[in-house]
Ligand binder design. Structure first.
Ligand code: THU
Length: 141
């Protein structure tokens, strides 16, 4: 998928299809709540992930975790656009932990397809703690 010049040209329908395909691979026997996620990377790659649960409930992986693993394993880069779907293919908000995960790997102004429309990463995790917080502190000490 090419990274468009302007973010209003992002092919959200195509990205949603990738998320739906990922959702179909979900391993979620405990919650029975499959999730799929897909994102456009700043070099045009598309990465995806699904939730992978565990009998030890608390260590289950959200779809965003496996997406970020896929991002790292396929060469890294920054996320430009992201979508997440439930078992019906409807938009799903990333949980709080996953907003933090996405923030770490976000391009400036990264966009998310949310339950209340397209939003920037800064809107879904305002005043975020992140890499710049640590750098600013280290610069002063
Ligand atoms: N889940 C995700 O994969 N991503 C989210 O952002 C919200 C929750 C998964 C975790 C668990 O496998 C299932 O949804 C039910 O909570």
């Amino acid at each position: 998928m090419t990274v468009p010049e302007t973010t209003d040209a992002i092919d959200w329908a195509a990205l949603r299809e990738v998320a739906i395909e990922a959702m179909k691979k979900s391993y979620s026997p405990y919650s029975k709540f499959p999730v799929g996620a897909a994102a456009l990377v700043d070099d045009g790659r598309v990465v995806s992930g699904c939730n992978v649960e565990n009998a030890s409930y608390g260590i289950g992986l959200c779809a965003e975790c496996t997406l970020v693993s896929a991002l790292t394993m396929s060469g890294g880069g920054k996320l430009v656009a992201f979508t997440c779907v439930d078992g019906d293919g409807a938009a799903l908000m990333p949980c709080g932990r996953c907003r933090q995960l996405l923030y770490e790997h976000s391009a400036p102004e990264m966009l998310l397809d949310t339950v209340s429309g397209i939003k920037t990463i800064d809107e879904v995790i305002p005043d975020a703690f992140g890499p710049r917080t640590l750098l600013a502190y280290q610069d002063e000490h």
